[in-house]
Structure formats: C-alpha cells, structure tokens
Write a protein that binds this ligand. Structure first.
Ligand code: GDP
Length: 225
C-alpha cells in the first residue's frame, strides 16, 4: 500500500466503525413539528435529510438506523408536512424534512412546505449539514436545484446522496455521479463528494454512516472508539 495513503485509510476505518456504532444505537422518533418554535433549543448539532417525494428518504432513514419502520415509507407522496425529529442517546439530532416537488400537491401545501423549510434553513444555527437525496437514475432536477440554491444562499453545508443506486446500470450510475459532482463543484455550500446508496441492497450505507460520524466528531460530539 502507498504509505502516504495508510493514515487516511486508518482514519476512514475509524469513522466507518464510529458510524456503525452511532447508528446501532436505539434511534427513536421524537416528534413532528410544523413551526420552528416547536423545535428544541438549538444546542446540539443536528443533521437534516431532504429530497423529492418518493426519492427513498424514509427507506434511507430506516436503512441508516437499521430499523424497518422508524420512518414511515409512504405510498402517499407529499403527505407529510412536518419536520420529523429522530434522536438516540447521543446529542446528535436527525431531522427528516418533508419531501418536496410532488407534482400533485395543492398550492397551499407547497407554500407551507416552502415557508417551513426556508425558515428552518435560515433559523437553525446548529444545523451541521443537510443531506440532499437525489434519485440515481435521474440526477439533479429543477426542484432539487431550487433547494440547493436556497442552501447556497443560506450558507448551509450540504452533501448530495444518490438513492436507489441499484436501479441504473453501473455505467449510467457513474455518468450521473460525475454530472452531479461537476455541478456541485460550482456551488459554494456543497460538499464535493457524492455518496451513492441503495437502501434495498444496503450499498453505500456504511459510507453515509461514516460521513455522518465524521461530521458529528467535527462538531464536538464524543463518539465511542
Ligand atoms: P420517500 O417518499 O422519499 O420517503 O420514499 P420511500 O422511502 O417511501 O420510497 C419510495 C419508493 O421507492 C418505495 O416504493 C420504495 O420501496 C422505493 N425505494 C426506496 N429505496 C429504494 C432503493 O434503494 N432501491 C429501490 N429499487 N427502490 C427503493
């Protein structure tokens, strides 16, 4: 092995293990909130998960935490209009944001989503990063770009996570990843690397857990060795 690469690999292995342990903890639903004033005081670091309706957000939250029914996988896209809070016995809070871009959502629901999400993104100083989920078959869509624009404007750090990576062929997956990464390189608040995941197959989940553990450690959360 290249000697220079060894420390970085050792560090990554530590975060893989820390991520595994972080999500082996008993994560539970805390509550759903419709207004910012119902959120807990912004004391502990929090991460948020966002994405278009039906992108596979609930499935990913369940895969991350190894719990089949923690987040409701819904057949009614766009139904949930709340920020759903999840926590375990570490200070890190996980916020599942309502899905966006549901074509048949009534205008009032879209307006409510926009108000809540923008208020949340602007008003949460403890928000460490938003994981923006994007379907691996389609790459970034107009509605995703609107959300990334708001995150860039609010200077909220975000990382794109591809979902359903089992669906496209390998070549197509690489093409979509490269196109998304090229676009992210021009965006000021974007984390440059994309993580491809499949909740169905379990691929990429370890890498995503490790990325979250690394972020938690950077934000001062003590994780077990
Ligand atoms: P949400 O609306 O974003 O919470 O999406 P869900 O988690 O409810 O998933 C939407 C649909 O995509 C469901 O039919 C899931 O079974 C399917 N799905 C979610 N994740 C995956 C995946 O990794 N691979 C495949 N093939 N399908 C998935």
């Amino acid at each position: 092995m290249d000697e220079a690469a060894a420390p970085a690999q050792g560090e990554q292995a530590r975060f893989v293990e820390a991520g595994r342990q972080l999500f082996a903890r008993p994560w539970a639903f805390v509550r759903g909130v419709r207004t910012l004033s119902d959120l807990p005081p912004p004391e502990a670091p929090e991460i948020a998960i966002a994405g278009r309706s039906n992108v596979g957000k609930s499935s990913l939250v369940n895969a991350l935490t190894g719990q089949k029914a923690l987040a409701r996988t819904s057949n009614t896209p766009g139904r949930t209009q709340e920020l759903n809070l999840f926590a375990s016995d570490t200070p890190l809070l996980l916020v599942d944001m309502p899905g966006y871009g549901y074509a048949e959502a009534p205008k009032a629901a879209v307006a409510a989503w926009t108000r809540l999400v923008h208020a949340y993104l602007r008003g949460r100083p403890n928000l460490a990063r938003v994981y923006v989920l994007v379907d691996a078959r389609h790459g970034l869509k107009v509605v995703d770009r609107e959300v990334l624009d708001s995150l860039d404007r609010a200077a909220v750090s975000y990382q794109v996570v591809l979902t359903k990576a089992d669906k496209p062929k390998a070549g197509e997956l690489h093409r979509v990843m490269a196109a998304v990464e090229a676009e992210l390189a021009r965006r000021p608040a974007a984390y440059p690397e994309v993580i491809a995941t499949s909740s169905l197959r379990g691929s990429g989940i370890e890498a995503l857990r490790a990325a979250i553990a690394r972020l938690a450690a950077e934000r001062g959360i003590d994780l077990p060795d």
